[in-house]
Design a protein around this ligand. Structure first.
Ligand code: AMP
Length: 128
């Protein structure tokens, strides 16, 4: 059984212009905007404009052009945020949650770009 894309998810509504967002970057195939509940001083979400549920779905069905655009957009967001350690920034973390175990809240593929403070270990050590 495969799960179908929910056209009414929050990010689909943002892409259709039905909900506002604090836009950071827009390209032909991708959109980046600030997270509404930031977990760090810098917290931006990068999403493809296509209807993809999670990373695996995107990797299987997106065109090479969409994938290249998305990867470039994530890098461009890092540069715009000034957090690239190669350019003197403090560094950052990319996170993409998927499904129930991944704790995904919005079923439209997205990458969190998080930085602006020391982020600590990637996962809590409890309940391993
Ligand atoms: P995830 O758990 O990976 O699905 O994360 C979804 C993220 O979307 C959370 O960090 C939310 O704070 C964020 N979010 C939910 N609604 C909005 C919105 N309208 N604008 C910006 N970010 C949002």
């Amino acid at each position: 059984m495969s799960i179908s894309y929910d056209q009414d998810n929050i990010f689909a509504k943002i892409l259709r212009g039905e909900l506002p967002c604090d836009k950071v970057l827009e390209t032909d195939h991708s959109l980046a905007f600030r997270d509404i509940a930031p977990l760090a001083p810098d917290h931006v979400l990068v999403i493809p404009k296509g209807a993809y549920i999670c990373f695996e779905h995107f990797s299987k069905e997106a065109s090479v052009e969409e994938m290249a655009d998305f990867v470039h957009s994530v890098g461009e967001v890092v540069r715009l945020m000034g957090i690239d350690p190669g350019s003197g920034g403090g560094g950052y973390r990319l996170i993409s949650n998927a499904g129930m175990d991944g704790g995904q809240e919005v079923p439209h593929f997205h990458v969190h770009v998080v930085g602006g403070r020391r982020l600590g270990p990637i996962l809590a050590a409890t309940n391993a």
